[in-house]
Design a protein around this ligand. Structure first.
Ligand code: EPZ
Length: 430
């Protein structure tokens, strides 16, 4: 099983290029199947989740040509099987995007239900509420959720929860429904806007994305397009937090600073210097971080996907910090691992009370989920001595070349296959 081995203590210094947004790509790849013409997508991350989505649509008959590592051509006109239950789709949680896209286009769809998840229950009742409002009948059999409709008719849908997935899924189905759909209490994340822009580039009529009211006028046909995915807000934030935690000086390139405002604001509160230009953010942290308090919120609030990373950095700050997770009910599991590296954090329900310590010490830890895994790598980069981070498959679901990019910033990190290679790394870097 592959793992990262890390020798901590080196401040990250230099420049890092951010890739395309994984969570935008997953929805855009699903939405690309709504056209019978060829769609060209650029700035796509080469991560296991996005690769699984491509394999899933190809497995059901779509033409998929990887033009380069970060660009792909898709033509879904030959898809005849509207039920996605192949081995690839079972690997990703965002498989439900194929339900909205296929229901919108073919008025009939089936997707294997997304599995459980490490960070919380992840219900899809709001997705179902939206599809039902548009006129679909939903039923679940043998672990597959089916959605069928004679026709889809626009509706006025009020989301009970601000849900990124439900907002995007309903938007896709409504894009090819008859008439007008209004989604109230919609999510405003950058990737919600990206999918709306992508759909509009195919001839859809989606207005208001990025606000909490999205208005969609259905169209009968979506044509081909060429589209470039936005930079990944969370990959960028992860490197910003790594720069802060290691007291480094890192310029994060190919970003949209506006998308990072809540993260930059917190880093300034923690004593970092932030320098922004039109597509770069530079983080300089020369002294010990200061404590602050954080509550995760839907965009433009502080992102839940950046909660493990800031908790890890605050674990080294002076003073006591409080982090409240308001989106998911079980997103502090990694704290047990961080404690083994010397953190002093008490989790009470959805709140972590963090007493800053002077340092972490290296240990062997296991990544419980994607973002927590990245946070444990950040902890190891600061730690005294050697660490091994196991179960890195979670990290590679959403981060392309994570250890390569960190090494280019001066980190002493390698991806190895077994304990023999861990020992070799330790001898080489003793
Ligand atoms: C997306 O998940 C992201 N995943 C998550 O990123 C991210 O943490 C989350 O949005 C919040 O920003 C993808 O985009 C593939 P939600 P999603 O629906 O859409 C509740 C990562 O690390 N809810 O916005 O599933 C839900 O339980 C991943 O890249 C319902 O109650 O999140 C949660 O408490 C982790 N009913 C809250 O809403 C529903 O029908 C927000 O979930 C849907 C959601």
């Amino acid at each position: 099983m592959e793992k990262y081995v890390i020798k901590g203590g080196t401040p990250l210094v230099g420049e890092v290029e951010i890739g395309g947004a994984k969570n935008a790509a997953l929805a855009i790849l699903a939405a690309a199947t709504m056209s019978d013409e060829t769609v060209f997508i650029d700035n796509m991350p080469d991560a296991s989740d996005t690769n699984a989505m491509l394999q899933a649509i190809a497995s059901n008959g779509a033409f998929v040509e990887r033009v380069s590592r970060h660009s792909v051509k898709i033509n879904a006109s030959q898809i005849r099987n509207f039920t996605f239950e192949n081995e690839f789709i079972k690997k990703i949680r965002a498989s439900y995007y194929l339900l909205g896209a296929t229901l919108g286009k073919h008025k009939s769809a089936g997707v294997v239900l997304p599995g459980g998840c490490e960070i919380g229950l992840r219900p899809i009742d709001q997705h179902i509420k939206g599809f039902t409002a548009l006129g679909a009948t939903l039923n679940t059999e043998h672990g597959i959720i089916y959605a069928n409709a004679d026709k889809l008719v626009g509706a006025h849908i009020y989301l009970d929860v601000v849900s990124v997935g439900a907002t995007i899924n309903i938007m896709m189905a409504a894009a090819m429904a008859e008439g007008k759909t209004i989604i109230e209490n919609a999510a405003k994340e950058p990737h919600v806007v990206d999918i709306a822009n992508f759909l509009n580039s195919m001839g859809a009529n989606v207005k208001g994305a990025g606000t909490d009211v999205i208005r969609i006028r259905g169209v009968e046909h979506l044509h081909g397009t060429e589209y470039t995915i936005i930079p990944d807000q969370i990959e960028a934030g992860t490197f910003m937090m790594a720069a802060a935690a290691t007291k480094g000086d890192v310029t994060i390139k190919n970003v949209i600073p506006k998308h990072l405002e809540s993260i930059s604001a917190k880093l300034v509160e923690m004593g970092c210097q932030i320098h922004e230009s039109d597509d770069e953010v530079r983080v300089v942290a020369t002294k010990r971080l200061q404590n602050t308090h954080v509550k995760t919120l839907p965009y433009p609030g502080y992102p839940t996907d950046m909660q493990p990373q800031i908790t890890t950095a605050l674990g080294l700050a002076s003073g006591v910090s409080i982090v409240t997770e308001s989106i998911f009910e079980n997103r502090f599991k990694y704290v047990d691992e961080l404690t083994r590296m010397g953190a002093s954090i008490k989790v009470e329900g959805s709140t972590a009370i963090i007493e800053g310590v002077d340092k972490y010490t290296g240990a062997t830890v296991s990544a419980p989920d994607l973002r927590a895994g990245a946070a444990l790598v950040i902890a190891a980069l600061t730690a005294e001595g050697f660490s091994t981070v196991e179960d890195i498959k979670y990290i590679e679901r959403g981060y392309e070349d994570f250890e390569v990019k960190l090494r280019e910033l001066g980190a002493c990190i390698e991806k190895v296959n077994d304990d023999k290679e861990v020992q070799k790394f330790k001898l080489k870097n003793a």
